[in-house]
Design a protein around this ligand. Structure first.
Ligand code: URA
Ligand code: SF4
Length: 267
């Protein structure tokens, strides 16, 4: 498999585990082949299986909102799963299925060569740190094989338990910071394009500088600090619905930012 296209072709023609029987379409994964940031989920659900694309159902909508909250989107990153075919009734993938499917994910990681891998939920956490609890591991960046691994909760968990959304939002802020700061991996696409671009940032008072590991409960402006970060009003946590941000919608609490959400210019 010399390219991501070849990986995808092999996945679509794969019969190496019982999951092939129930699939409508395999879901190889997709995104920017040169992404610095790669997300690894668990496996396709109903909508993914229908469309052959990862994270296109409700969990995907939440993921897209989280990506938007840090100034990026699904075309800039690469999104893959531990298993490429939908487990029946969305049951957990079995160890033998994960093992059979591993070769595809491994090759995707090699080919994309991301600087930062974000694991979504416990199965992809297990790929890097077997046996660890996602509740304990989440939000802590660690080096593994020359890359930065950053575990977070699975978005579907935050859909089931809305009180977890805040944690996910905070962890995504940390992702943005890691991409901007961490250039210490030996592998991985370089962060050259990560330099914040002042031209995209309004000249108004800078947004509060967030301490990503101790984010404030409420937006409390502090003295100027650069680079400015995303206004908290754009957080998906403030909405019951998955979040794409309506650029033209009224944002009464941020009249000084009429142009909508600030771009972190991650990519
Ligand atoms: N959940 C996952 O883990 N992966 C998907 O692609 C969709 C939902
Ligand atoms: Fe092949 Fe992976 Fe699908 Fe199993 S889940 S049939 S190993 S592509």
């Amino acid at each position: 498999m010399d390219s991501l296209e070849e990986v995808a072709l092999a996945v679509h023609n794969c019969f190496d585990c019982p999951l092939h029987r129930g699939r409508n379409s395999a879901v190889p994964g997709e995104g920017n082949p040169d992404a610095q940031l790669m997300f690894i989920g668990e496996g396709p659900g109903y909508h993914e299986d229908r469309q052959g694309r990862p994270f296109v159902g409700p969990a995907g909508q939440l993921l897209e909102g989280l990506l938007a909250s840090i100034g990026t989107n699904r075309d800039e990153v690469f999104i893959a799963n531990m298993v490429k075919c939908r487990p029946p009734d969305n049951r957990d993938p079995e160890p033998a299925e994960i093992a059979a499917c591993k070769k595809y994910l491994e090759r995707q990681i090699e080919l994309v060569n991301p600087k930062l891998i974000v694991t979504l939920g416990r199965f992809s956490l297990g790929r890097f740190f077997p046996g660890e609890s996602v509740t304990r591991a989440r939000g802590k960046a660690r080096q593994k094989d020359g890359r930065i691994i950053f575990p977070v909760l699975h978005p579907a968990a935050a859909l089931r338990r809305p009180e977890l959304r805040k944690t996910l939002v905070e962890d995504f802020r940390a992702i943005a910071a890691l991409l901007e700061n961490g250039n210490d991996g030996e592998n991985g696409n370089d962060g050259a394009t990560l330099t914040p671009q002042p031209a995209t940032i309004p000249a108004e008072p800078p947004a509060p500088q967030l301490d990503i590991f101790n984010p404030p409960e409420a937006p409390t402006p502090k003295p100027p600090a650069a680079p400015p970060t995303e206004p908290t009003e754009s957080e998906p946590a403030t909405s019951g619905n998955p979040p794409p941000e309506p650029p033209g919608s009224p944002t009464p609490s941020t009249p000084e930012r009429p142009d909508g959400p600030q771009q972190l210019s991650l990519l």
